[in-house]
Design a protein around this ligand. Structure first.
Ligand code: 5GP
Ligand code: ZN
Length: 111
């Protein structure tokens, strides 16, 4: 998707503080952090949100779910962290490229 912000980050067309990448996903720091550590994990494949996934994405999404805890550990979030995914307009999703927020690095307010 040529006009997608996160595709541009993925393609290094827009700079980002990338902390992790592999064949399926990358993780970078949120530009407006809402916690001491605030990362965004995105698939390399352009998928709008969870609603846009198909059975063909099983391996990719499974890989990302298994990789999030590794990224969190690498970033020192050994005492816990929160993952958040917004899906659709009413959730407040701003960027329509699937992403998992990782929030941690201190006490996080209860939901
Ligand atoms: P959403 O509301 O779609 O779940 O979250 C989008 C997130 O992307 C927000 O937390 C916002 O701060 C972050 N964001 C928006 N633009 C940029 C950008 O250009 N670079 C980075 N690193 N994060 C961004
Ligand atoms: Zn995209």
């Amino acid at each position: 998707m040529s006009d997608c912000l996160f595709c541009k980050i993925k393609n290094s067309e827009i700079p980002a503080d990338v902390v992790y990448e592999d064949e399926h996903c990358l993780a970078f720091r949120d530009i407006q952090p809402k916690a001491a550590v605030h990362l965004l994990v995105i698939p390399r494949k352009h998928v709008e949100n969870l609603d846009d996934l198909t059975d063909d994405d099983s391996e990719m999404i499974s890989h990302i779910m298994l990789t999030i805890p590794r990224i969190a550990r690498q970033q020192g979030l050994v005492e816990g962290y929160r993952t958040v995914t917004n899906n659709g307009a009413m959730s407040g999703q701003e960027v329509y490229h699937l992403h998992f927020h990782i929030l941690g690095g201190g006490k996080i307010n209860p939901l």
